[in-house]
Design a protein around this ligand. Structure first.
Ligand code: SF4
Length: 425
């Protein structure tokens, strides 16, 4: 009962609108889908109490696709970043069958997929079918975000014409100088420097100024480790990077803290430093430099602090580690990778988080089976245990849905939130 009592807990105050997932799921076009899912879960829990099996209830599984997916198009990468979170899965030479990937996206869009973040596992612009996938998704009416290392901005220029107001491209650059950029990312080609990447931003904006182009900066401090090695510190270049981003024509720079990984299941954890005495001076320096960078913000250029940075600073990050047993976000947001279909971006390629194989959505029969597998995993994957170290930004929405499942009578009174047209989860 303790968990249900806390289910009504207040929304975490640090959540910015882009992380207010409960509001996103209550947008007018999405609310009926949330209601259908909650009603199914409530029916299942009642049936379970009466001794029925999950398999019997799965026949009535909602015929829905995730609202949003992270799409890893390739595991290939042309950098060797010291802080890479996907180091173990890079360059595996495991691929999609391209037409089946497109079929999967069509199947998903027909059942309500509305946003795709084309992202990691590797560098998405290296995928030979990158342009085709982007154009296919836009033809399907899906909003897209692309996270890229910046080494192939010619590929972004090629697709810039189809990108729209709600689409975005974010470059992971993490530095203010060429030297730090190269030390952190170790690009395979000598010509790839921060200067070279930044020079290519204006031609893209000139071709199409409508979508958002961002500079992402993971803040690394002394003693940060990844892949069993110390990684390059970059705190001192925070202001320099913000100045560079603004001058180059980016729409924003966003600062987020480096995340460590749990040894047990590879989950990302917000944690400032192992040595507690070191925490205050590091955080103070980050704060001072980010505040300085913020002075560059104006009506054209934004300086964004990630939610993780805010909760790290104010110490509330532990509030995001108390998950309900069932993670409902697995139903609304998944990760499709050449290595398979996974329940959460935190658990790319972790066996206990796998829903299906890479073509699990490629035709209507396999899609129906995958819908059932998703509901099975929601039941079997114990988020309370698996994610107890994760500062999960979906914590609030999971408890919000949990509360509705416990009290489905509240569903009818649930009001839609304003339509923001933002379906990224
Ligand atoms: S509880 Fe959070 S971290 Fe865990 S699977 Fe769900 S969304 Fe991912």
């Amino acid at each position: 009962m303790k968990k249900l009592a806390s289910a009504g807990k207040q929304k975490q105050v640090e959540l910015s609108p882009i992380h207010d997932f409960a509001a996103k799921l209550r947008q007018p076009g999405i609310l009926p889908r949330l209601q259908e899912y909650v009603r199914w879960q409530a029916a299942w829990r009642k049936a379970r109490g009466e001794g029925q099996s999950l398999d019997a209830l799965l026949e009535s599984a909602p015929d829905q696709a995730p609202l949003s997916i992270n799409l890893d198009v390739t595991t290939a990468c042309n950098y060797r970043c010291d802080h890479c979170v996907d180091f173990d899965i890079l360059n595996k030479n495991i691929r999609y069958e391209h037409e089946k990937l497109k079929d999967s996206l069509s199947q998903l869009a027909a059942r309500g997929l509305k946003s795709v973040i084309i992202i990691g596992g590797g560098e998405p612009t290296l995928y030979p079918g990158f342009e085709d996938v982007v154009r296919h998704l836009k033809a399907l009416g899906v909003n897209i975000g692309v996270v890229t290392n910046g080494s192939r901005l010619d590929k972004i220029l090629e697709v810039a014409d189809v990108l729209e107001k709600d689409d975005w491209v974010r470059l992971s650059l993490d530095s203010g100088s060429n030297e730090t950029f190269v030390r952190m990312h170790k690009p395979r080609q000598k010509k790839v420097t921060l200067d070279w990447i930044c020079e290519q931003v204006r031609p893209i904006k000139e071709k199409n100024p409508n979508f958002t182009l961002g500079f992402s900066y993971i803040i690394v401090w002394k003693d940060c480790e990844a892949n069993d090695a110390k990684i390059v510190e970059n705190i001192a270049e925070i202001e320099l990077a913000a100045r560079r981003a603004k001058d180059a024509g980016f729409d924003y720079i966003s600062f987020k803290p480096f995340l460590t990984r749990a040894e047990r299941n590879n989950a990302e954890i917000v944690e400032l430093a192992r040595d507690d005495d070191a925490v205050d001076p590091i955080m103070a320096e980050i704060r001072r430099r980010v505040d300085e960078a913020k002075k560059l913000a104006d009506e054209r250029f934004r300086v964004i602090e990630s939610t993780n940075l805010k909760v790290l600073e104010n110490g509330t990050y532990r509030n995001y580690t108390d998950q309900p047993r069932n993670c409902h976000m697995q139903f609304f947001r998944q990760v499709l990778s050449p290595l398979g279909l996974y329940n959460c971006p935190v658990y790319r390629h972790v066996p206990q988080a796998q829903i299906g194989e890479k073509h699990a959505y490629a035709d209507s029969d396999s899609l129906r089976e995958t819908q059932k597998s998703t509901l099975r995993l929601i039941e079997e994957f114990d988020a309370r245990e698996e994610c107890k170290e994760v500062t999960c930004l979906y914590n609030h929405v999971n408890w919000f849905i949990e509360e509705l499942i416990a009290h489905p009578e509240k569903l009818d009174a649930l009001e839609a939130s304003p339509d923001r047209g933002d379906y990224f989860l």
